[in-house]
Design a protein around this ligand. Structure first.
Ligand code: ZN
Length: 81
């Protein structure tokens, strides 16, 4: 299970909770003040997703250049097929 980081809006406490993805958006109880006014913080996974466009752009550019080098060859081949 992934670890999500939450921030308490009552006392600004930050804490991490190991939970299922389905329960990520559920309000967790703050361990410091026991408030449920908590929000899940943007995880590194979400940040990676935001940079996905630039990553795919780079991949297609490498494939168009005909650079058959390592893993790029396999991924471009499967998508072209
Ligand atoms: Zn709190």
């Amino acid at each position: 299970m992934p670890i999500y980081e939450y921030r308490c809006e009552s006392c600004s406490e930050k804490f991490e909770i190991l939970t299922r993805f389905a329960e990520r958006d559920r309000a967790q109880v703050c361990p410091a003040c026991e408030s449920t006014r908590t929000r899940v913080l943007v995880s590194s996974f979400a940040l990676a997703g935001g940079a996905e466009s630039s990553v795919s752009d780079f991949t297609s550019e490498a494939g168009g250049g005909g650079g058959c080098c390592g893993g790029a060859c396999g991924s471009s081949g499967s998508s072209a097929n």
